[in-house]
Design a protein around this ligand. Sequence first.
Ligand code: ATP
Length: 368
Amino acid sequence: MLEPAKAQDERVAIEARGIVKEFGHGPAALRALDNVSITIRENEFFTLLGPSGCGKTTLLRMIAGFEYPTEGSILLHGQDIAELPPFKRPINTVFQSYALFPHLTVWENIAFGLQMLGRPKAEIASRVAAMLKLVRMEDLAQRRTDQISGGQGQRVALARALAPSPKVLLLDEPLSALDSKLRKEMQIELKRMQLETGITFVFVTHDQEEALTMSDRIAVMSRGKVLQVGSPWDIYDKPADRFVADFIGETNLLSAQIVGVADGAAKVRLTSGAEIAATIAEGAQPTGAVTIVVRPEHARAVHQGGQLSGVVENVIYFGTDTHIHIKMDGGETFMVRQQNSRTQSCGFQVGDRAGIEIAADAAQVLRD
Ligand code: ATP
């Protein structure tokens, strides 16, 4: 997770207010967005994250002006932009298939939009030079774009979109066609470009790792709704509900009964009968049957003690760490992730009895 180096700008760039989007009419209508409200700040790297079909592209297309809301409004710097056609919005989009002009050079591709806007030649030359520097493509300026790699093409597409200095850049899964190594490099590059330009980036992805590494804030979406908005840390460490906890990273979801609540913390009883303390997610109702989340790296397998206990079912070595699956006395399986040391094995074998020690504040009661 990259910590944002900049002071967070609190001014609002984009606001989506009560957005509903239905495709089709009557009983067959499909509700792609269901009362979505989000606020994206100036100078922010904001990510819409969710599985395929959750509505993130529809929301992005609405900000760009390619789609109109059935209900609700989109505001840019406080102004409703419903009537503003896409080309009049100070917003540019980079798509997954970025469609460069293959017969033009890198330089000409980046200059193209500025020429269409009728900008003076000297301004175009200096702007293209700045963009080539930003995307580190100065050496390939005169290369035709059918003679460059996928990663280089994606950089040119970014430079082309950034050249007219949009206020907001929308990015629709721009890295998904790249191989995983290049993708990781481009994630760091994209974050750098956003910090250097200070432009608000709205990024769409279904890849949680991509969202966690680049974003200042993330909106997690499912079935047309925004379930949680927060920093990568909030989303990972304090997931609000079961979907978010399960979608982001690996996790233990445990059934429990609330036995008491005091000072904003709960005491819960797991199926084994063991009782543990748990914090309460925002909006969660701490009564009756609930689900508890514990991240695997926030617990340790121990030979003696621990709040929970069970029998080791599986020990999986991953190089940097080991995953130990423990079938708890109540029947549920708990996964512990322990960092490996160079000198010692994790100390557990299949069939061993193990205690599970959960770190303070690591267990949380989820919203339904
Ligand atoms: P993906 O990651 O697969 O692109 P997404 O989260 O971006 O998914 P959307 O493309 O926004 O999802 O689609 C949301 C829902 O709306 C889906 O069920 C989709 O089939 C539907 N949908 C999108 N565009 C249209 C359209 N033009 N006509 C009818 N249904 C549509």
